[in-house]
Design a protein around this ligand. Structure first.
Ligand SMILES: NC(=O)C1=CN([C@@H]2O[C@H](COP(=O)(O)OP(=O)(O)OC[C@H]3O[C@@H](n4cnc5c(N)ncnc54)[C@H](OP(=O)(O)O)[C@@H]3O)[C@@H](O)[C@H]2O)C=CC1
Ligand SMILES: O=C(CO)COP(=O)(O)O
Length: 298
């Protein structure tokens, strides 16, 4: 074990931004599936032997990645992904629970476009963990331009971070159809209520949805073309196929798969999730204008 050392795993947009941020106060390593010419890039074995790990790979890949690569050696982990596994409807904290004990894991949430973090622009993040000690240890690594908050509401943060991606797709559709700012604000506000209702079913706290992890990240993502999920919505409204949109995007848009997970879970537990359901139908080919009519009618 490399005591006191920290590594980011996954050198996509968010992994690289976190690596930049976490290199501000100490040496930080980074590893990824594809080798890159980045300072302190190390192989996976080296990264996995660090005491502190920040894992930034897409939600849908995590179960397989853990099974194939991860051996628990008392590492402390921060999960940076935002999504729900589509194949099972399983939350990431449950998937990780098979590999890492509660006191060794935390989840990052809050409004944080990688493109701004990598320019050292200020932001505030929540580190969600059952363990305050884990929060204290990780928060020391964060640079002065990032303010960190502590929360124990892991499920709330996880649902908020995943759900807002689906709502960002809806908001992009709204913009793409030129429905106006009234419609967009209504959609975002009802979306916030919807994700809170969904979260409540799984024991999430209302306050989480009103703070950085919920409203904060939703307002950011559902209002900006910097969001990949928002751009997926724009593309759908322009009549592009999902395949073409994702091909052009070249990065992950977690809302696409998370829409399937939310549909699965809301059907299973009879939770009223009208916006997420319409997003899922549009992703499957429904005309967005028909979705609008159905949302207003029902
Ligand atoms: N970008 C952002 O602003 C933010 C993103 N997030 C979340 O962080 C997560 C990652 O996003 P982001 O970095 O932007 O996405 P990117 O699409 O930029 O990068 C994803 C990276 O994940 C790695 N990866 C993909 N599949 C696998 C796999 N099967 N095994 C191992 N590694 C894999 C790839 O590494 P390689 O290239 O080496 O193959 C890839 O670079 C997502 O859940 C996203 O929602 C959260 C907050 C902000
Ligand atoms: O989660 C994010 C910012 O907080 C990034 O959103 P996108 O994945 O839609 O770009």
């Amino acid at each position: 074990m490399r005591k006191g050392q920290i590594a980011v795993i996954g050198a996509g947009k968010w992994g690289q931004a976190l690596h930049f941020a976490l290199s501000s106060k100490q040496e930080c390593f980074i590893s990824s599936r594809t080798k890159r010419d980045i300072k302190n890039f190390v192989d996976l074995d080296f990264a996995l032997s660090c005491e502190y790990l920040v894992i930034a790979i897409p939600a849908q890949e995590i179960r397989t990645w853990l099974k194939e690569n991860f051996v628990f050696k008392n590492q402390k982990i921060l999960v940076a992904s935002k999504g729900i596994e589509a194949s099972s409807g399983e939350f990431l904290n449950n998937i990780y629970a098979d590999f890492v004990p509660d006191e060794n894991i935390g989840f990052i949430s809050g409004p944080s476009f990688a493109a701004e973090v990598i320019k050292a622009l200020p932001c505030a993040l929540v580190l969600n963990s059952k363990s305050k000690e884990l929060y204290d240890e990780f928060s020391k690594f964060f640079p002065d331009f990032i303010k960190t908050y502590y929360s124990k509401d892991i499920i709330g943060a996880e649902i908020a971070g995943a759900y807002k991606n689906v709502l960002a797709i809806a908001s992009g559709i709204c913009e793409g159809l030129n429905l106006g700012k009234n419609a967009q604000a209504s959609l975002i506000a009802r979306g916030l209520v919807e994700m809170q209702r969904f979260g409540k079913h799984f024991g999430a706290k209302k306050a989480t949805f009103l703070g950085l992890s919920g409203a904060g990240d939703l307002f950011l993502t559902a209002n900006s073309t910097m969001s990949r999920n928002y751009r997926v919505g724009l593309g759908l409204a322009q009549g592009k196929s999902l395949e073409l949109i994702l091909e052009e995007l070249k990065e992950v848009a977690e809302g696409v798969k998370t829409a399937t997970a939310i549909e699965k879970l809301s059907n299973k537990y009879t939770i009223y999730t009208p916006i997420a359901k319409e997003v899922k139908l549009i992703l499957d080919g429904k005309n967005p204008k028909d979705s609008l009519k159905d949302l207003i009618k029902n």
